[in-house]
Write a protein that binds this ligand. Structure first.
Ligand code: ZN
Length: 203
């Protein structure tokens, strides 16, 4: 088994400091998922491990589908490791769509792959469009799980915020569950430190 947390740390993807999360809460940790995929060799190591979990669970997959933009690299690497086709859906006019000539067949077995699953909202939107086209979503996958959803093999239950269907397996390499504080109760704010907003929104 590979040390997933160490790989994220080594690649500068696991940040420590004082951050404003997209929920508005503050945390002393932040996962900058794109950074771990900066190095294709690292991406390959992670995707190979994820593919191994999926194969060992006996899940048959024809195609990996990722929600763009965040999931595309992880999905592509997972498809390579599984030896299957890779497609992605993308948001256009606020709605997730399958474009660019990508097609799915009736009954095609699809796994939805993200770089990171928080509550699984984008993954669910991808799943809904794929199923509306007649294919079967057999499982969900992500390199990292933020701890709201229950990954296969973990004894930590899903939280109410998790949008993934409980009856389908969700494969992820590790849980990254961080302490979160509302801005009013944040001990780092109380200590006089100023929170910064990392990630895709704003920079
Ligand atoms: Zn704070």
């Amino acid at each position: 088994m590979i040390d997933v947390a160490q790989i994220y740390k080594d690649s500068g993807a696991l940040l420590e400091g004082h951050f404003i999360l997209s929920s508005g809460n503050h945390s002393n940790r932040y996962l900058q998922s794109a950074k771990v995929l900066e190095d294709p060799k690292r991406a390959e190591v992670l995707a190979t491990e994820l593919a191994k979990m999926i194969k060992e669970a006996g899940i048959e997959v024809d195609t990996v589908c990722a929600p763009a933009l965040g999931g595309v690299l992880a999905g592509y690497e997972l498809a390579r490791a599984l030896g299957v086709r890779s497609i992605f859906v993308e948001r256009k006019d606020a709605k997730m769509q399958l474009r660019r000539g990508f097609e799915v067949k009736e009954g095609e077995k699809i796994i939805i792959c993200e770089d990171i699953i928080t509550t699984g909202g984008s993954a669910m939107e991808a799943s809904e469009i794929i199923e509306s086209l007649g294919a079967d979503v057999v499982a969900f996958a992500a390199l990292a799980n933020r701890g709201f959803c229950k990954r296969a093999g973990s004894n930590k239950e899903a939280k109410a915020e998790c949008k993934l269907p409980r009856e389908k397996p969700f494969f992820a390499l590790a849980d990254f569950e961080f302490e979160m504080y509302s801005p009013d109760e944040c001990p780092m704010c109380k200590a006089g430190s100023e929170a910064i907003k990392p990630g895709s929104r704003g920079n």
